[in-house]
Design a protein. Structure first.
Length: 239
């Protein structure tokens, strides 16, 4: 009876490719074992059916960026904690990017653009150095948008104050564009948001923050992504 062999070796036997090509096909998610994608060249196969996808290509593997709707406020000092929510099972059903879920997409994900303390909403994890640079090193250039639920009675000119230059402990805060979404929700759009800035601004005009949800970073919005689920950033879409 034949012994189990590495998937890469079986693929070489099937299509006559090189070891390097076999590894690239498998890591690219183009190889199916009993109709299921397996992206590990070292995976052992015996009598299973092994197939190469009809659209298989040796094009370089594209690093992925994942958008997560964090349903709870995680400790801002532990930015990797929400990573545990990203699993194949929590991918949003309406993710229409046509990207096949692969195990390698969950390796080496870098957290970017931390949420305000106490906030939920859009988080970005990436394998792409360009996205990491944009959201971390060029953070000052990215406008973030929060929906903030508040209670209390706003000062008579409170909305105007929120839209003017403000200081905290004598230091100027990044300017914000603030508007009412409804009678108890404000929209904040601002760049280079400072930790605790939104809560401080609200308190300055007599309001208490009940909840905050980040819905956009740059040109990328969370849209209707359900809490606790994630989707891929479409290839070519920019922040």
């Amino acid at each position: 009876m034949s012994e189990p062999v590495r998937l890469s070796k079986r693929l070489i036997e099937l299509i006559g490719c090189s070891r390097n090509e076999a590894d690239k096909y498998i890591q690219g998610g183009w190889v199916l074992v009993d109709d299921e994608v397996v992206d590990a060249p070292q995976f052992m196969v015996h009598k299973q059916k092994v197939e190469l996808h009809a659209d298989a290509t040796l094009a370089p593997i594209t690093p992925m960026t994942i958008l997560l709707h964090s349903p709870v406020a995680f400790d801002v000092d532990n930015p990797t904690a929400p990573r545990q929510l990203i699993t194949p099972e929590t991918r949003a059903a309406d993710d229409n990017t046509d990207i096949r879920t692969l195990k390698r997409h969950f390796a080496g994900l870098m957290p970017t653009a931390p949420l305000e303390a106490g906030a939920t909403g859009l988080l970005v994890f990436t394998q792409d150095g360009r996205v990491e640079h944009r959201l971390i090193k060029d953070a000052r250039k990215n406008e973030q948008e929060y929906v903030v639920e508040v209670t209390g009675e706003i000062a008579p000119d409170g909305l105007a104050q929120l839209n003017r230059d403000m200081k905290r402990n004598g230091w100027p805060l990044p300017k914000a564009k603030v508007s009412w979404q409804n009678e108890n929700r404000l929209r904040f759009a601002l760049k280079n948001v400072q930790p605790g800035q939104i809560e401080f601004m609200c308190q300055s005009v007599g309001l208490t923050v009940v909840a905050m949800v980040r819905i956009r970073i740059g040109r990328v919005s969370m849209k209707k992504l359900p809490p606790g689920q994630w989707r891929y950033l479409p290839v070519g879409e920019l922040f």
